[in-house]
Write a protein that binds this ligand. Structure first.
Ligand SMILES: [Fe+2]
Length: 235
């Protein structure tokens, strides 16, 4: 769905400041990332100070079981009207309850001629272990492809949404405990220069990412582990 105008996208990007390092991306396309835990109380958005998330080992066998630290998004991020518009759209679409934590991540994939064709996420078809999720494209520069898709199954035989390019300002919302998702490798429009793609991702609920526990409402990860695949929060 279309969510942000060009002006709103630019305001939101500016409110994030410079994104922090993402050491886990050394395994795939270089990425920078900042995060925020947010909560809506009586229609107002608040941020919980926490600079990490943690996944149980069964979801992530090489970087699970311990805290991974990221730069926190600054107060300007949640003060930005465009940010509030996105979070409210997410909340209203799924009737998410107030006073519940949502994890928000803003991240840029830096694509160049060396890493083009690499996986953007380090993952195949997967679930993030949440109940509901939202992905919004904030900017693309010199990047083509990186199509998103939603599937009923881990093998991609039954598509809910066939692969498509998420345009700038548009959002993809999905039930993360009922369907799997995928992002295809990016390509450079002009191979002579670098490209970038920035997205905002929101996950509900988020208490389990702070506690390093499993989400009892999402059993897709169990199937995935049984299928000897990797389930990771990192996109
Ligand atoms: Fe994901």
């Amino acid at each position: 769905m279309p969510l942000l105008s060009r002006c709103e996208r630019l305001e939101l990007l500016s409110s994030c400041g410079s994104l922090g390092p993402d050491p886990s991306s050394r395994h795939f396309t270089k990425r920078t990332k900042s995060i925020a835990y947010v909560m809506c109380i009586e229609g107002q958005w608040f941020q919980l100070r926490a600079d990490f998330f943690s996944q149980p080992q069964q979801y992530n066998d090489f970087s699970g079981g311990y805290k991974r630290f990221y730069r926190e998004l600054p107060a300007e991020f949640l003060g930005c009207r465009a940010t509030q518009k996105l979070l409210t759209a997410f909340q209203q679409t799924y009737q998410l309850p107030e006073k519940e934590l949502i994890l928000v991540q803003v991240q840029t994939s830096h694509v160049n001629s060396d890493n083009v064709d690499q996986c953007l996420t380090g993952q195949g078809i997967h679930s993030d272990g949440a109940d509901r999720a939202m992905l919004v494209c904030l900017q693309r520069d010199n990047v083509t492809h990186a199509e998103n898709a939603i599937y009923h199954d881990l093998h991609g035989h039954q598509a809910v949404l066939e692969p498509f390019i998420l345009p700038e300002g548009h959002g993809l919302l999905w039930q993360d405990n009922r369907a799997f998702h995928h992002v295809a490798p990016a390509q450079l429009a002009d191979p002579q220069r670098e490209g970038s793609r920035t997205v905002l991702i929101a996950h509900y609920p988020a208490f389990h990412y702070l506690a390093g526990k499993t989400n009892p409402n999402n059993t897709l990860g169990t199937n995935q582990v049984a299928d000897n695949r990797r389930l990771r929060l990192q996109h």
